[in-house]
Write a protein that binds this ligand. Structure first.
Ligand code: TYD
Ligand code: MG
Length: 462
């Protein structure tokens, strides 16, 4: 469906709010009204098209590919998530909810790049130059504060920004945020799907032509809604998601897509007075903070290629509601439902009439199948009101629907990390090797972790 006019409701399919403004491609005659600025218009006229030579495809091995040169942002965790640093000419989309620290992170990165001798440019459409300066002042002190050396442009007009990038020729550029820029050639409001696509597309053209690495900052609400960055995911080379809870200090940076590296990587930061600080000893911290109370267990998780020990806590309480609550934070909700069903069926831990809360401590997110057993043990321990034996009790493993414990990736690295932090007997799936307490089923794992008297006690009560 195409229309020259804007409609709230699509006349074609009758859906609301689905029309998106787009610029027309250059007409063959080259006389269109918005042509030319993109630099493709006039050259490909109708006659040019007829004479276009046929291109021959060639085998990949004959394609010359220069090794990718990367620029280090000076922030180890960011470099790792990017796959080793910023790639010249690449487009990175950094998404996250407001206040999570996107501006702080990008400002710090540009400061380091500038310090290392690269030309940089920070385009702020959201905050005034003064506001950005005030934040940069918090990121260091005196002449050593690299963040203050970054050239800034507070501007929301796309054409002006493009001219500035062309004139300055930075090696790395940050657009904060892509939703605030606005092209005069489209009538849509800034942040609308049409505008966001246009802004990103035009910036990409320029960035690729000049070899500028661009980080587009974009707001994503918790639901991932908002006409916004989601529509850009296919366009950019790399999509990074910055997440965490605003009230908590921990922030996690994940790659959702990366043409130049792995999407398994995640970086952990802490928001402090002087900006974002990389958290390198996260496991030690989480294990030391683990409560060892009923409902607490240490999960030996993998964050990409890196093992991480986190505490998983559960609370099981009698429910007043007809449909008891299932509340999770840091985990997938459906995963909890599945684990509760398996626990009830194969572990004889019923939670039917109870509210169940499960939390990964510290605001960290664990998105991997290896967390099932930890959730199960935490809920079982909470439901019986007894702490797990051998605290800090650590575990990992995926639960199958028939109650079996399944192998998960990198068992040796998880075990090594656990041993390093004083968790010596780790309950793990079969074939995990290296001194783990292996259990083949959920029932075996429960028997290993819970004191033998506790089951009889609760069964007697019930
Ligand atoms: P900001 O980078 O502006 O978030 P975003 O660009 O994602 O919206 O920073 C978010 C919060 O971080 C802000 O509320 C204040 C806090 N903060 C600190 O705690 N310490 C600091 O040094 C800085 C710069 C910010
Ligand atoms: Mg910001």
């Amino acid at each position: 469906m195409q229309s020259a006019q804007w409609h709230g409701k699509c006349p074609g399919c009758e859906a609301w709010n689905t029309l998106v403004e787009e610029r027309l491609p250059a007409p063959a005659s080259g006389r269109g009204k918005t042509v030319g600025k993109r630099g493709v218009g006039g050259a490909t006229g109708a006659r040019g098209r007829e004479r276009r030579p046929t291109l021959a495809a060639r085998p990949l091995r004959d394609v010359g590919a220069a090794p990718v040169q990367r620029m280090s942002t000076g922030i180890g965790e960011l470099d790792r998530v990017l796959g080793g640093g910023l790639v010249p000419g690449s487009l990175v989309l950094l998404g996250g909810s407001p206040g999570i620290g996107k501006s702080t992170l990008t400002n710090m990165a540009l400061g380091n790049l500038q310090e290392a001798g690269h030309k940089t440019l920070y385009v702020s459409g959201e905050e005034s130059a003064e506001q950005v300066r005030l934040r940069a002042e918090r990121l260091g002190s005196g002449p050593a504060n690299a963040a203050l050396k970054v050239p800034i442009l507070a501007e929301t007009d796309l054409e002006t920004v493009l001219d500035a990038i062309a004139a300055e020729g930075p090696a790395a550029c940050v657009i904060d945020s892509v939703q605030t820029l606005n092209s005069g050639e489209l009538s849509g409001a800034p942040g609308s799907v049409g505008q966001v696509r246009e802004v990103a597309g035009r910036i990409m053209e320029l960035a690729k032509a000049r070899g500028t690495a661009v980080i587009l900052v974009g707001h994503v609400t918790k639901e991932g809604a908002l006409a916004g960055p989601r529509v850009l995911e296919h366009l950019v080379d790399c999509v990074l998601q910055f997440e965490g809870e605003r009230e908590r200090p921990y922030r996690e940076l994940r790659a959702l897509k990366n043409r130049f590296g792995s999407t398994n990587e995640a970086g952990l930061f802490e928001m402090r007075q002087g900006g974002l600080v990389e958290v390198l000893d996260a496991s030690a911290r989480f294990v030391a903070e683990a409560t060892r109370a009923p409902g607490s267990v240490v999960l030996a998780a993998m964050e990409g290629s890196r093992p991480l020990l986190v505490e998983v806590q559960a609370l099981v309480a009698p429910s007043e509601l007809e449909q008891p609550r299932r509340v999770v934070s840091g985990l997938d909700r459906n995963r909890l439902a599945l684990v509760l069903a398996i626990l009830g069926r194969h572990g004889r831990v019923g939670t039917g009439g109870a509210d169940v809360f499960v939390n990964v401590v510290g605001g960290v997110r664990v998105d991997e199948p290896g967390c099932d057993l930890a959730v199960a043990l935490a809920v079982a321990s909470a439901s019986r009101g007894v702490p797990l034996m051998g605290t800090p009790r650590a575990c990992f493993g995926e639960l199958g629907l028939t109650g079996e414990l399944r192998w998960v990736g990198h068992p040796e690295r998880r075990l090594e990390e656990a041993a390093k932090h004083g968790c010596t007997d780790v309950i793990a799936p079969p074939d995990s090797g290296g001194g783990a307490c292996e259990a083949t089923t959920l029932r075996e794992a429960l028997a290993l972790a819970l004191p033998s008297g506790s089951r009889r006690l609760t069964e007697a009560v019930a």
